[in-house]
Design a protein around this ligand. Structure first.
Ligand SMILES: C[S@@+](CC[C@H](N)C(=O)[O-])C[C@H]1O[C@@H](n2cnc3c(N)ncnc32)[C@H](O)[C@@H]1O
Length: 234
């Protein structure tokens, strides 16, 4: 992907998610994300140092359950005066994580991976591998990566692959929301193994009646997506 395309995707992500109170409000009110809030809080509670990559200013979990949180995103995404005292923000990419971010007990990606799009499906797969590889250097010796992601079944993935180029062109041109690409849970699982993670576990989360697709509230029953939590040890 050339630098102009990378900048376009980055700008679309920042323009859509930064200080997006409607998005934040949807995350707080829609049932699927309320379920996720409780699930994620349970997983991260009592963690000393947490790195939340692609936090979007949303932090869909109880931030008081963790000692220190560092949030990494393409921009600050939220007014610094409105964040909890134990949260510190850093600017950077999941694809090139700043080298100073080390010694985390847990690294969290919540609904990040489907945003790491390139100009074609091969680049999307490369970016998936890159962000998993990059987060390894941030984890402490017994650290754990937690991925909360919207995945699609294999039949849908085959269609999505075929349509990725025209749909991402259309979305880039006409929609405020940045283009996205969802993987199957099997692809993410295999990528974690390929990158040397151990004890990789997958759990499908019960979804509520509604879910966000391209930032729009959708009846869950009308979408093929499944919400999955992966955990993997270094
Ligand atoms: C769907 S939002 C998720 C926000 C939050 N984690 C949540 O669950 O509500 C995706 C976030 O990923 C961020 N993002 C996209 N590409 C990124 C990259 N290369 N590096 C870091 N963050 C990125 C976007 O800026 C956005 O804040």
């Amino acid at each position: 992907m050339n630098d102009t395309n990378k900048e376009t995707i980055k700008k679309k992500n920042i323009d859509f998610f930064s200080k997006n109170f409607r998005y934040k409000d949807s995350i707080e009110k829609i049932d699927t994300y309320k379920i996720l809030y409780n699930e994620i809080t349970e997983i991260i509670k009592n963690t000393d140092r947490l790195l939340d990559i692609g936090h979007g200013g949303t932090f869909d979990y109880d931030t008081t359950a963790v000692n220190t949180i560092v949030g990494l995103d393409l921009d600050k995404m939220i007014e610094t005066q409105s964040i909890p005292k134990n949260v510190h923000l850093e600017i950077g990419s999941a694809l090139d994580v700043p080298n100073k971010l080390i010694n985390f007990d847990k690294v969290l990606f919540v609904m990040l991976i489907h945003h790491l799009v390139g100009k074609n499906v091969d680049e999307n797969l490369e970016n998936l591998s890159k962000c998993i590889y990059q987060c390894k250097k941030t984890l402490s010796k017994n650290g754990e990566l937690i991925i909360v992601e919207s995945c699609v079944p294999k039949w849908f993935y085959s269609i999505e692959k075929l349509l990725f180029k025209p749909t991402s062109y259309f979305i880039n041109k006409f929609m405020k929301h940045p283009p996205a690409f969802q993987f199957t849970k099997e692809i993410i699982f295999e990528n974690l193994i390929k990158n040397g993670f151990k004890e990789v576990k997958i759990r499908k989360i019960k979804q509520g009646k509604f879910i966000l697709q391209y930032g729009i509230k959708f009846p869950t029953i009308l979408t093929p997506v499944e919400t999955v939590i992966f955990s993997a040890k270094i």
